[in-house]
Design a protein around this ligand. Structure first.
Ligand code: PMP
Length: 360
């Protein structure tokens, strides 16, 4: 068996230890005589898996007791709608920060339900930075402030948390959740699609402060009302059981590694090595302001784009795959989420140096 280093932005690598454990438990989960996929979501076996996963996530992120953790479907993209539907309320307006492609999608969706004020944007800087907080034009009457702490395509990350006072802060943490410690109490809602740092696609985690669970906009479908899921332990309907189980295995894996402090140190080191390789050469470039470079998604270009295809094919033959940049930006992108081993980053850095030597 030859597993590759997969730099996909998502679905992304899962920890090998998690896949091994899932394989061991595939046909017969802990003496139940069935796989997790075949279990009733209301049976005691799955209930124990679900409860354990939530407890471990709460412990990892130190989630305060006044927050609900929801295990949903529909991806982060459904949250682009669920957030405004549930939070806009009487105010009818919200502040959004535009730092790139994913912010824009959240903004476009929110506009269907209310008034969106763009409190800050880095569009004029080609999304290569995040807007300085002192220039944000926040509306004290906004129902919430939404931002994207890590832009998966642009490779731009906030290394600080905006202080929005009493206005709830909502974060699309899809591509940064669990990559480092986070003070959950600073947020009203944190949401994330699972397929980067949590588990397989099909599961969406939402962490919501209880006082924000209120009457949604008229006409909101039952499944889009946070209260439906909060009141039913995410079991109003059939939840994505296998994804929930695998997420639980990932949470255990992070705990065994030392939790989010340890994870953050590893991620910072991995990213540091890759940016150093890019910055140390005229052959490679990354356009992002060094103060807001992502620890998770590292876009880079070759000085000669005619070599892109050769780069990708030679990398692939070294077991370094899915390095092609997003179709909207071209070049390369190395996504180095939690499950990418440090050896994978080392192998990429070594390959890049060798490629430059051969073709530079
Ligand atoms: N937000 C961000 C920051 C993302 O990276 C992605 C997926 N790449 C999404 C939202 C959309 O997530 P999903 O595919 O789960 O709807």
């Amino acid at each position: 068996m030859a597993r590759v280093y997969n730099f996909s932005a998502g679905p992304a690598m899962l920890p090998e230890a998690v896949l091994e454990r899932a394989r061991t438990e595939m046909l017969d989960w802990q003496g139940s005589g069935m796989s997790v996929m075949e279990m009733s979501h209301r049976g005691k076996e799955f209930m124990s898996i679900a409860t354990r996963a939530e407890a471990d996530l709460r412990e990892l992120m130190a989630i305060p007791a006044n927050y609900k953790v929801l295990f949903l479907q529909g991806g982060a993209s459904s949250q682009f709608a669920m957030v405004p539907m549930n939070l806009l309320g009487a105010a009818g307006r919200a502040d959004y920060v535009n730092t790139g492609a994913w912010s824009k999608k959240a903004i476009a969706e929110a506009r269907r339900y209310g008034t969106v004020n763009i409190a800050a944007s880095s569009e004029a800087e080609k999304f290569n930075t995040v807007p300085a907080f002192d220039a944000w034009q926040l509306d004290s009457g906004a129902a919430y402030v939404h931002y994207t702490p890590n832009e998966t395509i642009g490779g731009v990350e906030f290394h600080w948390v905006p202080d929005t006072g009493t206005v709830p802060l909502v974060a699309d943490m899809s591509s940064t959740i669990l990559s480092r410690p986070v003070d959950v109490s600073r947020y009203g809602i944190i949401y994330a699609g699972a397929q980067k740092n949590i588990g397989p696609a099909g599961l969406t985690v939402v962490i919501v402060r209880e006082d924000l669970l209120a009457e949604p906009l008229a006409g909101t479908p039952t499944m889009f009302d946070y209260r439906t899921h909060a009141d039913n332990e995410s079991m109003y309907n059939t939840p994505p059981t296998y994804g929930w189980y695998l997420a639980g295995l990932v949470f255990e894996w992070i705990k065994d590694l030392g939790g989010l402090e340890a994870m953050g140190a590893i991620n910072q080191r991995k990213a540091g090595k890759l940016y150093a390789a890019i910055d140390g050469s005229d052959f490679y470039a990354n356009p992002v302001d060094p103060a807001c470079r992502s620890w998770m998604n590292v876009p880079f270009t070759l000085a000669n784009p005619e070599l892109d295809a050769t780069f990708l094919s030679e990398a692939k033959s070294e077991g370094l795959v899915t390095l092609k940049g997003h179709r909207s930006v071209g070049g390369m992108r190395a996504s180095i989420y939690n499950a990418m081993p440090e050896e994978g980053v080392d192998a990429l850095v070594a390959f890049m140096a060798e490629f430059e030597r051969k073709h530079g």
